[in-house]
Design a protein around this ligand. Structure first.
Ligand code: SF4
Length: 59
């Protein structure tokens, strides 16, 4: 089934099961963004906590 792109959530992480492969959007209605740092200061400190690996990818 074709995933519905949520044009409010741009994403280039094509290795995620929720990514719309031909378009750089997420297919979820809502995602959670968090951090793995105590005191985040740069973009690399933030994470998409809704990420799930695509089993058909990354082998
Ligand atoms: S869940 Fe996060 S990483 Fe996965 S496609 Fe959506 S925004 Fe990207």
């Amino acid at each position: 089934m074709q995933k519905q792109a949520n044009t409010s959530i741009g994403c280039t992480v094509s290795q995620c099961v929720h990514h719309c492969k031909e378009k750089n959007y997420c297919s979820l209605e809502k995602i959670n963004v968090g951090t793995h740092e105590l005191n985040p200061k740069v973009v690399e400190c933030t994470d998409c906590e809704s990420f799930r690996p695509d089993k058909n990818c990354c082998h």
